[in-house]
Each structure stands twice: as C-alpha cells, then as structure tokens.
Design a binder for this molecule. Structure first.
Ligand code: TXA
Ligand code: MG
Length: 353
C-alpha cells in the first residue's frame, strides 16, 4: 500500500496531522519524518514488535542497532545510565541537534532496538516536526535513516517514497532537510569520547566543548560502529573517488573518456571551483570546497539524481576534511567501497570496469 504522504509546514505544524501520525506509532506502524539531518523511519522505541517493523521495511540486518529520539533532555536518564559529565556537557551544547550519544542502556529499552548491545544510541533532534511527533507520542521514537539498507539517506520525502513505497504507513513531508548528512555518533563511556561516525556536528566543535575527542578509525575501535558494513550509502551507480591534483584530473579525464567510449554512462561530482573543467561530461556541482555545509546538504540528493539519470559510474572529487568535509568524505569513501577509493593512490586508478 502507498503510504499517506502529508505535507507539514515546520513553522505552522497542524496538530491534527501529528495526532494521526502518533496514532500510527501507537498502533505499531511506521512513520517517516524529517529531522534536521535526514529523514528518519520512526516506530515506538519501547515496543520491540513495532521496532521490528523498521528492520523489515528497510531490509536492515538485525545486528545494526537503532538510534532512539527524545524530545526532552531529561529523558536521557530514563533510558540510559552512567551519564558522565562529558556527556552532560555535550548534551548541553549540542542538543537539540545533530549529535547522537552512545551510552549504557537501561532495561526499559528493548534488546531488539540495540540488537543486544548493552549500550543505546540516543539523540534529541531540533527539527520541529520531529520534536512534535515525539512529544505528542509520549514515547521515544526509534528511527534509522528512512532509506533501504545500503542506499543514500533520504533528504526529501520523495527519496523516502522511492525506497519505501509499500512498506510503511505515513510520510510527514517537511521539505528538504537542512544538514543533509546524518548525525555524528559519539560514544561517551568511561573517560573517553570516541566518534564512531562523523556527521552533522563537526570534530572541531566537539573538541572545543569536550577537549580530547578521538575518531574511531584512529583507535581501531570500530566494532559495533556504523562503519562496520564497508559498502554503505551507495547509489546504484558505482562511485570512483579521486583527489583533484592536476595529474589526477588528467588521469580522471582519460579514464572517464575510456569508460564512456566503452558505452558506460559517466557522471562527475565536482567542486564548484572545477565547474566547466569537465565540459564534455555530465557534471553536478557539490559546492565550493570551503563551504562544507553546502557540500553536505547536497551530497545524498546528487547521488540519487545520478541514479535517476541512469549513470553507471560516478567520478567524485574529494574535498578537504575540515568541518562537515569529514562527514562528506566518510560517506563518499563508503559509497566508493574499498576497491573504488583511489584518492590517495593514483596507481590504482587503472581498474577494470
Ligand atoms: O541523523 C541521524 O542520525 C539519522 C536521523 C534519522 O536521526 N539517523 C540515522 O540512523 O542515521 P541510522 O540507523 O541510519 O544510523 C545510526 C548508526 C547505525 O549505523 C548504528 O550502527 C549506529 O548508529 N548505532 C546505533 N546504536 C549504536 C550503539 N549502541 N553503539 C554503536 N553504534 C550504534
Ligand atoms: Mg542509515
């Protein structure tokens, strides 16, 4: 069945629509809703049967835990224990907003939601539609990104419908999401603060608030982290990641020419600065490389557009890893997969398509 798609103006939310959505949540149904990062696919986080529906709709493996979303900071103590001073500091500075904390869980959180872990990921979104839905439902809402497992996260209601038509009950359409990449996932257990997934809150801001913050790829502690599935966030097209040194740019052009001569459709995801450099090929502009917010907000949308254009191979230029650039590059590397990331090894650009 096609889900009901209902337009909601975040500045003038119709309480009736939120009541209907929360009715669905209480009937173990699934409601997709906008957050400031990406669209989430929501179910009652305290009801294992309801949450099971999320895994089914997304075709998500049962060992990939969900984030629970709350509307009131104090609720963190209802669902988590051992909330450290560092965690409090981070919540005070970044909530509501694009930061997810991984903390020790309390028993009220069903094991299915955390896939048997003794920790739970929790966040308080700032998007008014998300907050109203949680408030009116009076339960925390478990919500992964509202895409089919492995696909780029949705930044519009249309993307949700493209992936999950027939599998969910309702989509609250609050327009395009602002940040465009998912929240930063941070584990704050014991004395350490470890970023498991870079996202909408950047490392610089985290360090400013909490001092020493590690990135999980630096610590080798990625077990249970969002990075454990190597290929993720992928469009249907194959992604080839390249840096933008002049040598590489020539190399890219040669490879692209070869590939397209072989009858493949090639698209280029370029920085604003290189607009026009690849004139012969279908190019989409991610954004100015120093404006990492713009790059982040456009990334998933453009990857999906390439799919709509039936592109076979996307050649994506790397950007710097400052600010949200770290999250953008993390998603691009995952979309490329281990074999297609040639950003730091031009030797490997001779691949077999
Ligand atoms: O911005 C976001 O975070 C969006 C919106 C909807 O809130 N949600 C989102 O959820 O991106 P999801 O499920 O697509 O990604 C959450 C990631 C998962 O890959 C999961 O592995 C990780 O967070 N995660 C969840 N619980 C965890 C836990 N207890 N320990 C470590 N990682 C966890
Ligand atoms: Mg996801």
């Amino acid at each position: 069945m096609r889900p009901r798609v209902v337009r909601v103006d975040p500045d003038r939310i119709d309480p009736d629509i939120i009541r209907q959505a929360s009715g669905i949540i209480h009937n173990r149904g699934l409601v997709a809703f906008p957050t400031e990062t990406v669209y989430g696919l929501g179910a009652n986080a305290l009801d294992a049967k309801a949450a099971a529906g999320i895994f089914e709709a997304k075709k998500r493996p049962l060992d990939d835990p969900l984030i629970i979303h709350i509307a009131d900071k104090k609720d963190v103590h209802v669902f988590c224990e051992g909330v450290t001073l560092d965690a409090e500091k981070l919540m005070d500075r970044f909530w509501p907003g694009p930061l997810t904390l991984v903390l020790k869980k309390k028993d009220v959180v069903p094991d299915l939601v955390t896939t048997g872990l003794d920790t739970v990921a929790i966040r308080m979104p700032s998007n008014p539609v998300a907050r109203e839905l949680i408030k009116v439902s009076k339960v925390p809402i478990a919500a992964p990104s509202a895409n089919l497992f492995g696909r780029p996260s949705p930044t519009t209601a249309r993307h949700v419908l493209d992936d999950l038509n027939g599998a969910i009950d309702m989509i609250l359409d609050g327009g395009k999401t602002e940040i465009g990449v998912e929240s930063t996932v941070v584990e704050v257990i014991g004395g350490k603060i470890i970023v498991l997934r870079p996202g909408g809150t950047d490392m610089e801001a985290l360090r400013e608030t909490a001092g020493e913050v590690e990135l999980s790829s630096d610590t080798g502690l990625a077990q249970n982290s969002p990075g454990k599935y190597p290929q993720h966030y992928s469009p249907r097209a194959r992604v080839m990641l390249v840096d933008d040194s002049p040598v590489q740019t020539e190399e890219v052009l040669r490879t692209v020419a070869e590939v397209s001569a072989g009858g493949k459709n090639v698209g280029i995801l370029a920085k604003q600065e290189h607009e026009g450099s690849y004139r012969m090929f279908a190019t989409k502009i991610l954004g100015p490389q120093n404006d990492t917010r713009t790059c982040a907000s456009r990334l998933f949308h453009l990857l999906r557009e390439f799919d709509d254009d039936e592109v076979d191979i996307i050649v994506a230029e790397a950007i710097g890893e400052k600010g949200l650039g770290l999250a953008v590059m993390n998603r691009l590397k995952k979309a490329a997969g281990p074999d297609m990331d040639v950003s730091y090894d031009p030797e490997r650009s001779e691949r077999n398509f």
